[in-house]
Design a protein around this ligand. Structure first.
Ligand SMILES: Nc1ncnc2c1ncn2[C@@H]1O[C@H](COP(=O)(O)OP(=O)(O)OP(=O)(O)O)[C@@H](O)[C@H]1O
Length: 266
């Protein structure tokens, strides 16, 4: 692991859902340590429990077994901020108030919270739209607002559940590059779910590949691509292609298991 100190440690995490008399084991025996300031991605076949794991990290759901230890550096900031796939901006608030919302909840005075919000709005290239309302923005711009809000909150850890999954490719590449730039400045510990091997390679320090249902750790890949990264040029490197191939071959076994299961259930 490229980081000296842990920010987030998952000990033996398991999750079983009970619906009526039916029990579904979504996650089992997950042990991971994520470094302070690390960008850690999770990929895995559909239904392997990625979102369930992130919800447990966010405290939105509880684990059936095991513990999550998050290192708290200061008590005056939130433990986590989450960015979802679907835009989660408040339609009745201007961009600046959306970005400053978490700071307002923490009682940060207006002048200070606007200064912080303006800084992140500038970083994601929306300065001209600070006073706009969400209905005046495109989908990609709204997702930028969500990203800016998450960073402005200055949480211990940033959790992202396919934040660019609903965007078209051009917007996705621009947002990935912007996310890289902001993350490289803030070095915030980030856990990022994606279905895209390419996206995980462009952004991450390490990538967790999960097994098919029930989800557990299949392998963890070190992304030894240099930083700072330029997404367009990193994709042309030999190392990128080697890593892509390694991840795909590992992931493919799990995706095929899901397909076999689906056929057996037909
Ligand atoms: N609230 C719930 N109640 C019962 N079962 C659930 C619940 N939430 C998730 N599951 C089950 O847990 C398993 C993991 O679901 P989860 O959404 O975490 O997977 P995922 O890897 O994020 O999927 P995808 O890639 O398709 O988004 C699935 O079998 C799902 O049906």
């Amino acid at each position: 692991m490229p980081y000296d100190n842990d920010s987030l440690v998952l000990n033996n995490i398991g999750k079983t859902f009970t619906t009526g008399h039916v029990q579904i084991t979504a996650l089992t025996n997950i042990n991971i340590s994520i470094g302070d300031g690390e960008f850690f991605s999770i990929v895995g076949p559909s239904g392997c429990g990625k979102t369930t794991l992130l919800r447990i990290l966010a405290g939105l759901d509880t684990a059936s077994t095991g513990t999550v230890d998050i290192k708290i550096k200061t008590s005056d900031r939130p433990v986590n901020s989450m960015v979802f796939q679907e835009q989660s901006v408040f339609p009745w608030m201007q961009v600046i108030d959306n970005v400053a919302y978490g700071l307002k909840l923490r009682g940060i005075p207006k002048k200070e919270r606007y200064e912080i919000a303006e800084r992140y709005i500038r970083m994601i290239g929306l300065s001209k739209f600070a006073k706009s309302y969400p209905h005046q923005l495109s989908g990609g711009m709204k997702q930028r607002v969500s990203v800016a809000r998450a960073f402005a909150n200055d949480p211990e850890i940033l959790l992202m559940d396919e934040p660019f999954g609903a965007l078209d490719e051009q917007n996705r590449i621009i947002l990935q590059q912007e996310l890289l730039r902001i993350w490289e400045l803030s070095k915030k510990t980030t856990v990022f779910i994606t279905h895209s091997i390419d996206e995980s390679l462009c952004l991450s320090d390490r990538i967790l590949i999960m097994t098919a249902h029930p989800g557990t750790v299949k392998s963890i890949v070190d992304v030894d691509l240099p930083r700072p990264r330029d997404i367009a040029s990193i994709r042309t490197t030999l190392r990128y292609n080697e890593l892509f191939q390694t991840i795909w071959l590992t992931l493919r076994e799990e995706v095929l298991k899901v397909k076999e299961l689906e056929l057996a259930n037909d």
